[in-house]
Design a protein around this ligand. Structure first.
Ligand SMILES: NC(=O)c1ccc[n+]([C@@H]2O[C@H](COP(=O)([O-])OP(=O)(O)OC[C@H]3O[C@@H](n4cnc5c(N)ncnc54)[C@H](OP(=O)(O)O)[C@@H]3O)[C@@H](O)[C@H]2O)c1
Length: 365
């Protein structure tokens, strides 16, 4: 297997909507010393790309760039200093950008082996969202069987896996989601609150009168204030995003400053013994050794049938604009995946032109 001379990639050319999503051809790079060139089999669409499109991602890349947070694929070439990886192996990685491509270069230290028999799309659905959910539950909150947790945005990519992994760990899960998602979430075995029509705080207090043991909140500063009041003594609050401020005017960092101020204030109060043991923390995923350990465990759970990701759509890579549209519309519950080479792919045309031809080849819940 050698380095191919050309491959398709998707670029975001500037701020805006999906009209800035462009399909182009380019020569895949020869990998650097610690680089590994991967033929991508599946890559995910996530909230991060939506933020990047709006210029509100905390580590915003410069335009134009190839987005794509995570990928699963087969190694086609390795750099001169790479040991332990060879062409033909199936791997997963989280490069944060660059994965919406037929071929992507990733660093050898960030690779995780994908077991035979695990579908590439199912594996890709586990990377960003799965590891985030796993680490929030097991590393940040250290949940125990019998506890009660509240998951805000439980119909989102991370939220669904927080619910599934929470239930698998014997935890009672209360989740907030728009009513349109409830049907798709019903089978997971959680208690649902429609955050658009119900008084969330009152409903949580009714369902868990003593408070909840852990709250996972990706919504932003205002939501965090309400979540803090819903914690049981000794409970923990985990902030990990600011979804509700996507359309705010002002600099992207303002909501994160709001989060940081609140977390600092509560931490000081905790140290002074004034919170009844309640604590609040920020979580941020990193492609480190724990990431690799946790992703390996998630792949094991998928391989053994203990965990099934919720995949909403598998679309050709060239349908990235449509995939983003679907994600933004909130009309799909579960991960939307881009699959290079999926039948229906058209090479060398713009995504906007391609969107007309794209159709979901699989929708399963
Ligand atoms: N810190 C980290 O390392 C890390 C890692 C991954 C993701 N994240 C963050 O996690 C968040 C979720 O990511 P994702 O990919 O799962 O997003 P997603 O699939 O786009 O889901 C977003 C969810 O947010 C919900 N939502 C939005 N506004 C809401 C509100 N006011 N009240 C309740 N729910 C609301 C939506 O619920 P409905 O449609 O049901 O209303 C939707 O289900 C994002 O903020 C992302 O940046 C952080």
């Amino acid at each position: 297997m050698g380095i191919p001379t050309t491959g398709t990639e998707i670029a975001l050319t500037g701020l805006g909507g999906t009209e800035v999503v462009t399909t182009r051809r380019s020569a895949p790079p020869a990998p650097g010393p610690h680089g590994v060139l991967v033929r991508v089999e599946a890559t995910g669409v996530s909230f991060a790309e939506v933020q990047m499109l709006r210029g509100r991602y905390p580590a915003q890349p410069k335009f134009p760039f190839v987005p794509g947070y995570d990928l699963v694929g087969e190694i086609v070439a390795v750099g001169s200093a790479v040991t332990g990886w060879r062409p033909g192996q199936r791997v997963a990685a989280m490069p944060r950008t660059g994965a919406w491509a037929e071929y992507a270069e990733v660093r050898d230290a960030e690779l995780v082996s994908v077991p035979d028999g695990v579908d590439a799309g199912d594996a890709a659905a586990m990377i960003l969202n799965g590891v985030t959910a796993w680490q929030l539950l097991h590393r940040a909150a250290k949940i125990r069987s019998g506890q009660t947790v509240l998951v805000h945005g439980v119909g989102g990519g991370v939220g669904v896996l927080l619910a599934k992994l929470g239930v698998a760990a014997g935890v009672r899960v209360i989740g907030t989601a728009s009513a349109s998602r409830h049907e798709a979430l019903r089978d997971i075995g959680i208690e649902l609150i429609d955050h658009r029509t119900e008084d969330v705080d009152a409903r949580v207090a009714e369902l868990a009168p003593g408070g909840v043991d852990a709250i996972f909140d990706p919504l932003g500063p205002e939501s965090l204030d309400r979540s803090w009041r819903l914690l049981a003594p000794g409970g923990s609050l985990h902030a990990y995003g600011s979804s509700a401020t996507l359309h705010d005017a002002g600099p992207w960092w303002r909501p994160y400053l709001g989060l940081t101020r609140r977390l600092a204030r509560w931490e000081l109060a905790r140290l002074l013994g004034r919170t009844g043991g309640r604590r609040a923390r920020m979580y941020y995923i990193r492609p480190n050794a724990q990431f690799r350990t946790d992703l390996t465990e998630l792949f094991r759970m998928v391989a053994s049938g203990q965990l099934r990701p919720l995949v909403a759509e598998r679309l050709p890579l060239e349908s990235a604009a449509r995939a983003l549209d679907l994600h933004i519309s909130g009309s799909r519950t579960g991960r939307i995946l881009l699959i290079p080479g999926l039948p229906g792919s058209r090479r060398g045309v713009t995504a906007a032109g391609c969107a007309r031809h794209a159709k979901p080849v699989e929708a399963r819940l």
